[in-house]
Design a protein around this ligand. Structure first.
Ligand code: CO
Length: 154
């Protein structure tokens, strides 16, 4: 199976605002092909995360690579957020060269399925928690400009 690099849609492409639909057919050979295309695209673009709407799909899938571990999440749902939050500058492949300060919980717990449909839970903190929250936002049509922390006027 050869994976290919997909075109990453840039803001304000309307696809980035669409709600996604859950993956139901994990046996579909197109699914594993698409997921490996997403991983290849993320690497080619030097991103640390990529969500399906960014490559024009309406499926609830995202990938991330943090500390050299590849994460593939289908149908992810965050079910627990830490009370502690942090502000950090985030970039996004759909906003090339731009960074926005975004406040997010430092730890989250996520339920998801892997590429084969197997259930899994991830306890994420630090960079992984931030990346996965960013990617799951994409699956709900939410972008970093929506979460940008307003600059305090001196
Ligand atoms: Co993004």
């Amino acid at each position: 199976m050869t994976s290919k690099i997909l075109k990453v849609l840039k803001y304000p492409n309307g696809f980035l605002r669409k709600k996604t639909e859950e993956v139901k057919d994990f046996k579909d050979p197109k699914l594993s092909k698409f997921i490996s295309d997403m991983a290849k695209t993320m690497e080619a673009e030097k991103g640390i995360g990529l969500a399906a709407p960014q490559v024009g799909s309406n499926l609830r899938i995202c990938v991330a690579r943090v500390n050299n571990v590849l994460y593939v999440l289908t149908n992810p749902k965050i079910y627990s957020y830490s009370r502690k939050k942090e502000i950090f500058e985030e970039g996004c492949l759909s906003f090339p060269g731009k960074f926005f300060p975004v406040e997010r919980p430092v730890k989250v717990k996520i339920k998801a399925r892997d590429a084969a449909g197997k259930k899994m839970k991830i306890k994420a903190e630090g960079l992984l928690a931030r990346v996965l929250q960013h990617e799951i936002d994409h699956l709900d049509g939410i972008l970093i400009i929506d979460r940008e922390v307003p600059k305090v006027q001196p």
